[in-house]
Design a protein around this ligand. Structure first.
Ligand code: UD1
Ligand code: UDP
Length: 364
């Protein structure tokens, strides 16, 4: 049997690496289809190198565009390549447009699918990712959940419990694998920043797509920079608009290219504070015990608040929240980390997939 993994964007690579490795250890034949949704070397190639991912068997080169144009290109490209390879199972990750397109293509071709990171919900359909999550979960044959709340969301949407497996978080497997290599010192030296610093990553459409939102956000980030020097590895989506809103290099702001996986997590590991709107970074800061302020009205990852270091803030409340986080440090309310975020999610997923391929009735 053949398993294909469809990957397109930065967070997909991080989530897939442990699953690919664990399936390889079980001797499963597999290949990666890279859709080309992310294509800059610092948004794609560096992750293959840092995570030890094998070369894709195909790169569709779909690139950027409006949701309709990008999704349409993904559908056309994926249909062709999936028909060509005729896989027994297609594995998709997270909530990006490549995930949505792959699930639609496979559902129409009658090819079984597995969704890694199923059941997360922000209950905010204004987010493109929420739409992708709902459609993907409704069409998947095997659903792998990272946290218990996901199980109740899927049950409430009528997904049969037999399809769903709580396996923990493969993004945290990647973090654990990288941990011995995570050293802030060389990155801090290379960037020429003080030893005490904050890191900000910002790319959600609601924060960066309009000049008004960008202006409000940047003014809050510049307020934080008056309390602590801040490094901003800039996601290409927000590059122009955030710069126009005033996020430019200054005495206490350093705007840099996106960082590779090991460099970025090294920087985060040594940070006194992280300001973000990323999904994955909320999880990684929880595990690294770094205070995290998420500039969003909601999160599909509430476990990072109840079992981690994450707080939701509005731009208006960000400067005061930063002051408090800098004086309090990382307070984890329950004192317990999320269950099964133990570095063994990839092997759990691989065992279920391997049994499923052999026809063991782990799923309906
Ligand atoms: C996508 C995901 C988002 C995820 C993020 C991870 C969707 C709908 N959104 O958002 O959920 O959090 O990836 O990073 O799938 N660009 C480049 N170089 C690249 C890739 C993109 O310059 O390699 C620029 C292009 O101008 C593009 C813009 O970034 O138009 C947005 O890229 P896109 O893939 O559409 O969405 P992201 O914002 O990256
Ligand atoms: N990341 C990285 N370099 C950066 C910013 C983020 O390697 O400059 C990593 C981060 O550690 C996490 C993943 O990219 O593993 C998250 O991707 P992103 O924030 O783009 O997407 P999201 O999680 O919001 O979907």
């Amino acid at each position: 049997p053949l398993v294909l993994h469809v990957l397109g964007a930065r967070p997909n690579f991080v989530k897939a690496a442990p699953v690919v490795r664990a399936l390889g250890e079980l001797g499963v034949r597999q290949g990666i289809i890279h859709t080309g949704q992310h294509y800059d070397a610092l948004m794609s190639d560096v992750f293959f190198a840092d995570l030890g991912l094998p070369e894709p068997v195909a790169n569709l080169g779909v690139g950027s565009g409006s949701h309709a144009k990008q999704t349409a290109a993904l559908l056309v490209g994926l249909e062709e390549v999936v028909l060509e390879h005729d896989p027994d199972l297609v594995v998709v990750y997270g909530d990006v447009n490549s995930t949505l397109a792959a699930i639609l293509v496979c559902a129409k071709l009658g090819i079984p699918t597995a969704h890694v990171e199923a059941g997360l919900r922000s209950f905010d359909r204004g987010m493109p990712e929420e739409v992708n999550r709902i459609v993907t979960d409704s069409l998947s044959d095997l659903l792998f959940a990272t946290s218990p709340d996901a199980l109740s969301h899927l049950a409430a949407e009528g997904v049969p419990a037999g399809k769903v497996h709580l396996v923990g978080n493969p993004m945290i497997d990647s973090l654990f694998s990288a941990l011995p290599a995570l050293d802030p010192a060389p990155v801090v030296a290379r960037l020429d920043i003080p030893a005490r610093y904050a890191v900000a990553t910002l790319h959600r459409p609601a924060n960066v797509d309009t000049p008004e939102a960008a202006k409000e956000l940047v003014s809050a980030v510049l307020d934080v920079a008056r309390q602590i020097p801040i490094v901003v590895p800039i996601h290409p989506r927000g590059r122009t608009r955030l710069a126009e809103a005033g996020l430019v290099d200054g005495p206490s702001v350093k705007v840099i290219e996106p960082l590779g996986y090991v460099d970025f997590l090294s920087l985060v590991r040594g940070a006194a504070l992280v300001v973000t709107d990323s999904g994955g970074v909320q999880e990684e800061t929880t595990m690294l015990g770094v205070p995290c302020l998420t500039v969003r009205p909601n999160t599909e990852r509430p476990i990072t608040i109840t079992h981690g270091t994450n707080r939701l803030v509005t731009p208006a409340l960000l400067p005061a929240a930063a002051g408090k986080a800098l004086s309090d440090g990382a307070a984890t309310p329950s004192g317990e980390l999320p269950p099964l975020w133990d570095g063994a999610a990839g092997p759990r997923i691989a065992r279920v997939i391997s049994a499923w391929l052999k026809g063991d009735n782990l799923s309906p």
